[in-house]
Design a protein around this ligand. Structure first.
Ligand code: HEC
Length: 93
């Protein structure tokens, strides 16, 4: 019985950890819509002469805009927005 409980607790803790680090694209989408459309709309991510051409550059640019706006996002918010932008527009591997 004790082993069973230990196993259950271990699995539950594992599931909770996984949920905490999972990247939430929908969160990224709402964050982007609420905070990032003031200067440019989302056309800037898909225009022909866009400046961001790698996933490193995408991360750097999202962090630059986020820092400039003093949004004080958590790292998982930054990750969520990057994931949303990459899935919807940039499509870097
Ligand atoms: C204060 C104005 C401002 C706000 C608000 C803003 N940005 Fe920007 N962003 C800029 C400017 C200026 C550029 C450069 C546009 C250009 O090169 O023509 C830019 C460009 C970008 C690019 C690169 C587009 C490309 O060419 O590939 C990304 C990605 C980006 N912003 C993400 C964000 C995100 C994410 C947010 C919200 C956290 C945000 N921006 C909010 C001013 C802003």
């Amino acid at each position: 019985m004790k082993t069973l409980i230990t196993a259950f607790v271990t699995i539950t803790m594992f599931a909770a950890t996984q949920a905490a680090v999972a990247i939430d694209i929908n969160n990224g989408k709402s964050l982007q819509q609420e905070n990032c459309m003031g200067c440019h709309d989302d056309g800037v991510y898909s225009r022909e002469d866009r400046r961001v051409t790698s996933s490193d550059a995408l991360r750097a640019q999202v962090q630059r805009c986020e820092t400039n706006l003093n949004l004080q996002w958590f790292p998982e918010d930054v990750d969520a927005v990057i994931e949303y932008l990459n899935t919807s527009f940039y499509k870097f591997q």
